[in-house]
Write a protein that binds this ligand. Structure first.
Ligand SMILES: C=C1C[C@]23C[C@H]1CC[C@H]2[C@@]12CCC[C@@](C)(C(=O)O1)[C@H]2[C@@H]3C(=O)O
Ligand SMILES: O=C(O)CCC(=O)C(=O)O
Ligand SMILES: [Fe+2]
Length: 344
């Protein structure tokens, strides 16, 4: 049976779109990373009170949580959660292990570079080929065990990194299942669909550690260009630094304020399709900072890549049915045009 990492293997990406900048040895922003002001990410920035939290913050222990989550999915496709049950020490530990990884020398990190046909390892975001300029970003993608890469990075001390990432992925998987159950109540799903969406044994996940080093010219650079996440839902830990923004129709780009101990959850393309577009597509991006090195950890949760996906119990589906694998491959080839290709 195919796994997520196999589904992400077959594309034709070139090294220019894989190798992050050598952040240790630069003292300015190279032309390759300078976005012109007319390029999309620098448009529509709103002045905003940093306290003004547009995206709702939901307490998972609140009896109204299910309703609030349903509403948030319909309105924004995004919400933040607190009291989620994930031990905060584990979250801190995962962040500090991610920092330890990105603090290694460029030479070390390039030893675990994601190779062109592979899904995991160190490198630029997969969406890089779709943009004219490079992103101020380095990432490390994990699908399941990361022991092979960790052994290369820390030959004598790889266990700590692996144990932390395993523990974090396990917690994310549990939380993702809880959230899917809560979210599906908003949709009129059949028992069969409910089983498909909540079956724990063949769900698939990926963990992406993101690093955005401080940048001498943040107004002309982009950390992670505007995109939507592909799978069902994403659970994001953003370390205390601003950077994540969501595009809201009519309002433009809005900051998603970091809240200590909270996770940001957003609807991915598969859930947009499954909801028959009742939940919006969620464009978001990460901007960079002059003084802070920002880290984030995103967990992507999806169903088995072999399974079929169709808008749930809808008499007028607006998307054709397809396998998860097929959607991943369409997305790899067409990025944000993928959804329009399956629209009925
Ligand atoms: C399971 C996933 C989800 C991936 C691909 C694969 C591993 C890495 C994820 C990201 C992380 C950064 C943004 C994104 C858009 C990217 O370029 O790589 C994500 C993408 C997706 O959601 O499509
Ligand atoms: O770093 C962030 O805040 C956003 C990360 C993100 O969107 C992603 O990994 O898909
Ligand atoms: Fe994302």
């Amino acid at each position: 049976m195919s796994t997520l990492s196999q589904a992400y293997r077959d594309d034709t990406i070139t090294s220019r779109h894989i190798i992050p900048l050598d952040f240790d040895s630069i003292d300015g922003v190279p032309e390759s990373h300078l976005w012109s002001p007319s390029e999309e990410p620098h448009q529509n920035i709103q002045t905003q009170d940093p306290q003004d939290s547009l995206i709702p913050v939901i307490d998972l222990s609140d009896p109204r949580a299910m309703d609030l989550i349903g509403q948030a999915c319909e309105t924004w496709g995004m919400f933040q959660i607190i009291n989620h049950g994930v031990p905060l020490e584990l979250v801190k530990e995962a962040e500090s292990e991610a920092r330890r990884l990105f603090a290694l020398t460029t030479q070390k990190k390039r030893k675990v570079l994601r190779s062109p046909g592979e899904a995991t390892g160190y490198g630029l975001p997969r969406i890089s080929p779709f943009f004219p300029k490079c992103m101020w970003h380095e990432g490390f993608t994990i699908m399941g065990s990361c022991v092979d890469d960790a052994k290369v990075l820390w030959p004598h001390d790889y266990q700590r990194f692996c144990d932390t990432m395993d523990g974090y992925q396990n917690q994310m998987k549990l939380l993702a299942h809880k959230l899917v159950l809560l979210i599906l109540h908003r949709l009129d799903v059949t028992t069969e669909e409910m089983n498909w969406a909540t079956s724990t044994h063949d769900s698939q996940g990926a963990l992406q550690l993101n690093s955005y080093p401080s940048c001498p010219n943040p107004s002309r650079t982009v950390g992670l260009a505007p995109h939507t996440d592909s799978l069902l839902l994403t659970i994001l830990h953003q370390s205390g630094t601003n950077g994540l923004e969501i595009f809201v129709e009519g309002l433009g780009w809005r900051l998603v304020c970091p809240i200590d101990g909270a996770f940001v959850v957003n609807v991915g393309d598969l859930l947009h399709i499954f909801s028959n577009a009742k939940f919006p597509v969620v464009y978001h991006r990460a901007m960079v900072n002059h003084s802070m090195h920002r880290i984030s950890a995103a967990y992507f949760h999806g169903p088995s890549v072999e399974s079929m996906l169709a808008p749930s119990s809808s008499s007028r589906p607006c998307f054709r049915s397809l396998s998860v694998k097929e959607y991943i491959s369409l997305k790899a080839r067409h990025n944000d045009k993928a959804l329009s290709l399956i629209r009925i």
